[in-house]
Design a protein around this ligand. Structure first.
Ligand SMILES: Cc1cc2nc3c(=O)[nH]c(=O)nc-3n(C[C@H](O)[C@H](O)[C@H](O)COP(=O)(O)O)c2cc1C
Length: 193
């Protein structure tokens, strides 16, 4: 059913947090790396994509090999028998984190994350919220303890960013580091002597 010529296969989900630009950049980079991309954009994200990027979900869906709506609970992504190299939710709302932490799989993003965890595959969440409440922190701690990677959209400044693109590339570079994919998205820290 799915093409086998790609080097790897990832589920990418974009949820309704600010910072959908991180999701867009990850899609560009993964496509460039010849990964097979299965993309789920939540209903809330759709509005934020229009607001923050001035584009439609269709524009982002062009980067993916397969696209799903959050209601597609009967899609392959909802089953453990569909093998992937991992899932990245970027940006990840704290509502979606709460759903994952409590096993409440009411949409395809939550179900696919639930499956990724139960099958022991890599799950990377990129939350964007500040300040964080004890509820947010508790949910993230619970997930981190079982091996979920919590990678906040928290760019550094030691690489001397001069544009929004530099800030975005830093976070996307961190995601790729975690996936073990080579890149040149940001300059690594080299100690100044
Ligand atoms: C303009 C806008 C910005 C938002 N930014 C954030 C955010 O940065 N982080 C967050 O956790 N929720 C944010 N929200 C709230 C989520 O969109 C809301 O909790 C939604 O139910 C998330 O659903 P989803 O995770 O299924 O996409 C924002 C909502 C709007 C309308």
């Amino acid at each position: 059913m799915f093409g086998g010529h790609h080097s790897s296969r990832f589920i990418v989900a974009i949820t309704g947090a600010s910072g959908v630009i991180y999701g867009k950049r990850l899609l560009e980079v993964l496509k460039d790396k010849d990964a097979e991309i299965h993309l789920v954009i939540s209903r809330s994200a759709e509005k934020i994509i229009e607001y923050e990027l001035g584009i439609s979900r269709r524009d982002l869906e062009k980067y993916a090999d397969y696209n799903y709506s959050e209601n597609d609970l009967d899609s392959p992504l909802a089953s453990g028998s569909f093998k992937t190299d991992g899932m990245i939710i970027v940006p990840c709302s704290l509502k979606t984190i709460a759903g994952i932490a409590s096993g409440f799989s009411s949409n395809l993003i939550l179900r696919a994350a639930d499956v990724t965890i139960k099958e022991g595959r890599k799950l990377i969440l990129v939350p964007r919220e500040t300040p964080l409440s004890s509820i947010h922190l508790r949910n993230m701690l619970e997930l981190a303890r079982i091996g979920v990677v919590i990678l906040p959209a928290m760019p550094a400044f030691y690489h001397k960013p001069t544009s929004i693109q530099d800030l975005v590339d830093f976070i996307v570079g961190k995601i790729l580091d975690n996936l073990g994919i080579e890149h040149n998205l940001y300059r690594r820290w080299a100690q100044i002597k």
